[in-house]
Write a protein that binds this ligand. Structure first.
Ligand code: BGC
Length: 258
């Protein structure tokens, strides 16, 4: 061991109810300080969220040094511009979020899709670590987020939660929020997941499916009810995956590898 400090970046996960951030050790994927959680402002406009991101960045200024900041949003992001907003304030669409947040915070901020961040974290440090071939990481929450990884490399913005299945936007039937809203039993919800993952599997033939999102803590209630070709397993990093993946992607955006 050289005793040299490991590279660090700040990861911030923007969710519907809370915005959570922590500095991440990029060689181990561990959080190097307790997470800070701030209620998501309502409405969660780009400007209101930028203020919270700024507050979290100031809180961790000492731990972070000159490391970059990665921020997740639940929408498509191409070159820092948010392109869709199924479950966030519609004013995000067309917002150059990298520029807005970098200017507001006064440091490099890189914005990525929430499921992509979770997928990258799972591939590097979690349930999909060292997996070759095509891995599908899904997050079951308010919506369904998806990340595709080929030999550990992300294919960004896959958006398979919005496949149209049986005449419905898939996430409106099979997200964790549908189970709660419709008060479905685990068995009833599992039938919907079976249909969802079955269709996705027939289209993509992944070698592994990883299931994240808060409900993955209860994976034993529904994963054993699913019958798919690929193994389907719970996420390893649980609710830290977004923070860890956002930090990693921000660091790599600078052209560096941890
Ligand atoms: C959005 C995705 C997001 C997912 C999970 C979907 O409705 O379109 O971009 O990853 O929800 O938050």
């Amino acid at each position: 061991m050289s005793g040299e400090a490991h590279p660090a970046a700040l990861g911030i996960d923007v969710g519907g109810s809370g915005i959570k951030g922590a500095p991440v050790d990029l060689r181990t994927g561990a959080l190097t300080a307790d997470r800070l959680r701030i209620e998501t402002p309502q409405p969660a406009t780009p400007s209101a969220v930028a203020d919270v991101v700024g507050e979290i960045a100031r809180h961790f200024a000492d731990e972070l040094g000159d490391g970059p900041i990665g921020v997740t949003v639940p929408g498509v992001v191409t070159r820092g511009i948010v392109r869709s907003a199924a479950n966030i304030d519609p004013t995000w669409i067309g917002t150059d979020a990298d520029t807005l947040l970098s200017e507001r915070v006064g440091r490099d901020v890189h914005v990525v899709n929430d499921a992509d961040a979770a997928g990258v974290a799972e591939a590097r440090f979690g349930a999909a670590r060292d997996q070759r071939g095509l891995v599908l990481v899904t997050t079951l929450g308010t919506g369904i987020g998806t990340a595709l990884l080929l030999d550990g490399r992300l294919v960004p913005n896959s958006e398979l939660g919005h496949l149209e299945i049986d005449g419905h936007d898939a996430e409106s039937r099979a997200a964790a929020s549908a189970r709660e809203l419709e008060d479905l039993s685990w068995e009833e919800w599992a039938e919907r997941l079976q249909r969802y993952y079955g269709v996705v599997e027939d289209l993509l033939w992944p070698s592994l499916i990883v299931v994240g999102g808060g409900v993955s803590r209860k994976a034993d209630k529904f994963l054993p009810l699913l019958h798919l070709r690929a193994p389907i397993i719970p996420a390893g990093l649980r609710n830290q995956a977004g923070i860890v993946g956002a930090a990693l992607l921000a660091y790599e955006e600078r052209g560096s590898r941890p």
